[in-house]
Design a protein around this ligand. Structure first.
Ligand code: SF4
Ligand code: FES
Length: 256
């Protein structure tokens, strides 16, 4: 016995030919969509139809389709990655929609994330932030004994939780200030919590926050939308840690 069911939807999709042209919402019927499909598979079906009709398919970002890479993401009915908590768009299934629904699909909105085409935005600002400090500098050589640097269990767990950030940008898209604080705080925390990350902690916090400001992201005013919409459920406790790291670096470090 199969439980597969199909639904009919009306899609309103943001179409924009390029960064400097005006966009608009276009309407497409989505017929006989299996509720077992993922949201991206549903878009694949629509694109196949558009291609067969000789029309321009909808551009959208994706890669792993397993919730790991951070490439996918759009606003779905005003929610980043759609209605399911802790779920990336690629892992969202059509069973969460009902027959007859209208689904509005838009790209991330932020001054720092310019639309490239349709639902694809330029997130290279995140790459630039990582380039300024999201790493540890080590001399290569023989592998160290695993237990050579003791790490408290609690610190290791918190660092792993922060390292779950996939850099998707949903936090920016859902924040009224278009702040990147949740992303930056996760990337600072995953290193600051571990002994290996401490030598460059002050330099990292200063450089990443400065780059974040330079790229046009807003500041945090504790709206908590980022935490609510983050598909990896990154906690805003990391933002408090970033603020402490930045404060310490400003006041006590010798780093200019
Ligand atoms: S903090 Fe969450 S929402 Fe923001 S980039 Fe990382 S995974 Fe995405
Ligand atoms: S496509 Fe990789 S996280 Fe969605």
């Amino acid at each position: 016995m199969t439980t597969t069911k199909t639904i009919n939807l009306t899609l309103k999709v943001w179409r924009q030919q390029g960064p400097n042209v005006k966009g608009r919402l276009d309407t497409y019927p989505a017929k006989d969509i299996s509720t077992d499909m993922s949201f991206l598979e549903m878009l694949d079906v629509i694109n196949e139809q558009l291609t067969l009709e000789g029309k321009d398919p909808i551009a959208f970002d994706h890669d792993c389709r397993e919730g790991i890479c951070g490439m996918c993401g759009t606003m779905v009915n005003g929610r980043a990655h759609g209605p399911e908590k802790g779920t990336t768009l690629c892992q969202l299934h059509m069973r969460h929609f009902s027959d007859g629904d209208t689904v509005v699909i838009e790209p991330w909105r932020s001054m720092a994330f310019k639309v490239i085409k349709d639902l694809v935005v330029d997130r290279s600002a995140f790459d630039e932030i990582i380039q300024t400090g999201g790493y540890v500098s080590v001399n290569v050589g023989g592998a160290q004994d695993a237990n050579a640097i003791p790490v408290p269990q609690e610190a290791a767990e918190k660092a792993m939780d922060a390292a779950a950030c996939i850099g998707c940008g949903a936090c920016v898209a859902s924040c009224p200030n278009a702040s990147a604080m949740l992303f930056v705080s996760a990337k600072v925390s995953q290193l600051a919590l571990l002994p290996q990350g401490r030598p460059e902690a002050a330099r990292r916090a200063l450089a990443m926050v400065r780059k974040m400001d330079e790229k046009g992201f807003g500041n945090c005013s504790n709206e908590k939308e980022c935490e609510a919409e983050c598909p990896k459920e990154i906690s805003i406790v990391n933002i408090a840690r970033l603020n402490r790291e930045f404060f310490k670096a400003n006041i006590f470090s010798e780093i200019p």
